[in-house]
Design a protein around this ligand. Sequence first.
Ligand code: SAM
Ligand code: F3S
Length: 432
Amino acid sequence: MSAILRYYLWNIGCQMNQADARHVAEELDSRGYRATPTPERADLLILNTCVVRQSAEDRVLGRLSSLRPLKAGPRQRALAVMGCFVGDIEALQRDYPYVDAFFRPSDLDGLAAWLDRWEVEHLWGLAGGEVSTAPQVAELVPVSYGCDHRCTYCIVALRRGAQHSRPIDEVVADVQALVARGAREVTLLGQNVDAYGLDLADGTDLAAVLRAVHAIEGLARIRFLTSHPREMTQALIDTVAALPRVCPSWELAVQSGDDEVLRRMGRGYTVERFRDLVQRIRAATPDGSINTDIIVGFPGESEAQFENTLRLVRETRFDLVHIAAYSPRPGTVAATWPDDVSPDVKERRRLKLEMLQEQIAGEINAQLLGQTIEVLVDGQQRGRWRGRTRTNKLVFFEADEDWLGRMALVRLEWTGPWSMRGQVVGAVPSMP
Ligand code: SAM
Ligand code: F3S
């Protein structure tokens, strides 16, 4: 009889999934389970899934089929699947009879209730184990689940359902608990984070959450993502500018630089509105950074429309662009239209945009060379300390001292488009 239960937790996808996976791990740890990176050694296999593009769905399908033989073996183990792969549960149960349970995205309560039953029905009693979820310097905190937009390409909103904002007190209590465990930074998450509160009766908005979280002692940095250009308000911009611990690192997804494509994506804004927003954000937070998401090869996207996206990228000079080739997703409106940009053309556009962005990011970061910059150290990588600037850029430095969780002042000696390196010249004495 195995005394300690082991779980294998596989996770892919966005920050919301990362946050969900961490909560799953915490739930299991608190029940005395131990994590294992080896599925063959696990009593419980959990897949937290993403289907935002076909490539993500293919990885889920691959993982499901590779785990299938483990379910056929002599060992009594369970396989549970959660996340955006889980749409029509009855159909999934028919197609994957070897999966013991399916849970919708973020359905932690459903998972916990099922675990209660599974433990009673299939196990002989649990040995207690230590809570092994190591405290992290930077934590992810969902403030809203789901999304009320219906961008024509997006399956995530369909799978995650309507927006549901968490009450402000609950968010504040979560952040307080994380800070008590050693967190120095939190990122507030929502599919469409600036729409936070629109579904609440009490009138709270994201600016109110930022102010409340900002008042928590011991927290050095606050971030939030992803922002939708349609909901972003001047009040939010002003709040970010006014609160020193809120990092001015904006994640503002534009998706395309062409009005007609934006209209067919159902985004609800024009390129002009986006430009105006960027101007106001830069005026209020001149030391900030702006990242964005762009889809290339959307149905019907002509060469000229793609050129409009390149033009917007050239003139806006984003710090980072998450580029995706359009992938038709079942159940979305755009999937009913011809996917008429060939894979070759999508790849060519993706590469062209990537090269342009690499050049821009390299130039932006090069301006920081020689500057001394504040870095919150969140871990080690290949023998070097790793941290992030307030603008969310990666910085590495070498030092014998233990810097984990501390704010280092680093003089930058090398910059590249994706990361920077430097020498530590001191520590930030108190909270910013
Ligand atoms: N809330 C964000 C916004 O306002 O756009 C985006 C959330 S979405 C789940 C994450 C990103 O995945 C999108 O910004 C988009 O670039 C990408 N994405 C979503 N559906 C896609 C699809 N069908 N094909 C390619 N990329 C897609
Ligand atoms: Fe998806 Fe658009 Fe919402 S990309 S998550 S429907 S803002």
